[in-house]
Design a protein around this ligand. Structure first.
Ligand code: ZN
Ligand code: ZN
Length: 348
C-alpha cells in the first residue's frame, strides 16, 4: 500500500463517506469492499450524528485499506456541517457551531468544516448547507473541495440527466472564494485543506426512472485526499490511525481529482542546503530555497504565494527559486480543470 516519492511515503484515500447508519444507501462493509477494489489506502467515514459503526467495532484494517470512523455534526438549523474524527462521543444536538467546534478541540478531536461555501440555489429540493460563523475557534481545517456540493451547484432542471449519468465530467475545481479564504486562514495559523467525496449514492427520480447518482465506486475514482509521511504507515491499527490523523493536523496533504489522471507520484517540496520540506512542513528561506514539483502528466502548474500566483509553468517539472518567506502551495490544472492541489509549505 502507498508509495515512496522523494523523501515521503504517500497514501491516497477517500474522506467523508456516508452509510446506511445515516443517509447513505449501503452498509459500511459493502462500501469498504468497493473502496478496496478502488485501491484506497484509507477511508474516512462520517455519518450524520452517529458513531454507531465505530461503536460496533467497524474501524481497522480491511486487507490493506485503513478504515476510520468519525461523524458529521450539524446545528439545529442544519447548517455548519462539521466532520469530527477522534472525538470520544457525539456531542449534543442542541449545541451551537461554536460550542461543538470548541468541544471537539477540548477533547483533542480533529474537526473539519464540511462544504463551508455551499451556495447552490437552482433546485429547491437540494438546499445548500453552508458555514456562516467564521468566528468559531478550534477547528483543524476545511473541506476545500466537496464533490457533492460542486456537482449540485452545477445542477439545473435541464442538465439533470447528463449530470446523473456522467457525474465526474462536470467537476472543475474548488471555488476561488474558498481558496482565498483558505490562504488567508493559513497566513494566520495552520488549517488543513482536504477534498471530501460526501458519498451517499443518492437515488434521484428522473421522470419514471430512479437513477443512482454518484455510485460509491465513481466517488472513489474521483476526489482523493493524499497524506505524506516520512515513515511508512504502520500495519498496527491504532498507530496507523494516529499517523493518518497527525498528517491531517500537520497539513501534510494534497488532494486531486482522479478523473483527470492518477496523482500517484506527484511531488511538491522546497529544498535548501539543509534539507527538504513538503506541504505541512517548514524550511528556512534565509539564503534562498528552491521549490520543486514533479507531476505524472502534463499540466499547468501554478505556484501560489500568500494567496497570489507567482509563477505558472506548463509541463511535468517545475523548478522555482524563492527568497521570500511565506506560505507556498501548488495547483495543477489540465484543460481548464482542477487536478491536483497541495497544502501549504511554510518558508520562514
Ligand atoms: Zn453535510
Ligand atoms: Zn455529508
Amino acid at each position: 500500500m502507498g508509495r515512496k516519492v522523494d523523501d515521503w511515503h504517500q497514501y491516497s484515500g477517500a474522506i467523508h463517506i456516508h452509510t446506511t447508519e445515516s443517509d447513505g444507501t449501503k452498509p459500511l462493509e459493502d462500501v469498504v469492499k468497493i473502496g478496496r477494489k478502488a485501491d484506497l489506502d484509507f477511508m474516512m467515514f462520517a455519518d450524520h450524528m452517529t458513531l454507531s459503526n465505530r461503536e460496533r467495532g467497524g474501524e481497522g484494517f480491511y486487507g490493506d485499506t485503513l478504515v476510520v470512523i468519525g461523524y458529521e455534526h450539524n446545528d439545529e438549523a442544519d447548517t455548519h456541517h462539521y466532520l469530527l474524527f477522534d472525538s470520544p462521543r457525539v456531542y449534543p444536538a442542541n449545541m451551537s457551531a461554536a460550542e461543538y467546534v470548541a468541544a471537539g478541540a477540548a477533547d483533542g478531536a480533529l474537526g473539519i468544516m464540511a462544504h463551508p461555501d455551499e451556495i447552490r440555489d437552482t433546485l429547491e429540493e437540494f438546499p445548500p448547507y453552508p458555514w456562516h460563523d467564521w468566528s468559531v475557534e478550534g477547528y483543524t481545517g476545511l473541506e476545500v473541495w466537496n464533490q457533492m456540493s460542486e456537482w449540485m451547484e452545477r445542477l439545473t432542471r435541464w442538465n439533470k440527466l447528463p449530470m446523473a449519468f456522467s457525474p465526474r465530467k462536470s467537476m472543475v475545481g474548488p471555488t476561488d472564494r474558498i481558496l482565498k479564504k483558505w490562504d488567508e486562514l493559513n497566513m494566520e495559523g495552520r488549517f488543513v485543506g482536504i477534498a471530501g467525496v460526501d458519498a451517499h449514492e443518492f437515488q434521484i427520480k428522473l421522470g419514471p426512472f430512479t437513477v443512482p447518482v454518484f455510485p460509491y465506486k465513481v466517488h472513489f475514482h474521483s476526489l482523493r485526499t493524499h497524506i505524506l509521511l516520512r515513515e511508512p504507515i504502520s500495519r498496527e491499527f491504532t498507530q496507523a490511525r494516529d499517523q493518518l490523523y497527525q498528517a491531517l493536523r500537520d497539513c501534510r496533504v494534497f488532494f486531486s481529482n482522479m478523473r483527470w489522471g492518477s496523482a500517484d507520484g506527484f511531488s511538491f517540496y522546497a529544498r535548501n542546503d539543509d534539507g527538504t520540506a513538503t506541504s505541512g512542513e517548514d524550511l528556512s528561506v534565509a539564503g534562498g530555497a528552491q521549490l520543486r514539483a514533479s507531476v505524472p502528466h502534463e499540466s499547468t502548474m501554478r505556484v501560489i504565494h500568500n494567496g497570489k500566483q507567482v509563477v505558472s509553468v506548463e509541463g511535468t517539472e517545475l523548478n522555482h527559486a524563492v527568497t521570500d518567506p511565506g506560505i507556498y502551495r501548488l495547483e495543477c490544472w489540465r484543460n481548464g480543470r482542477g487536478w491536483i492541489f497541495s497544502n501549504h509549505i511554510r518558508l520562514i
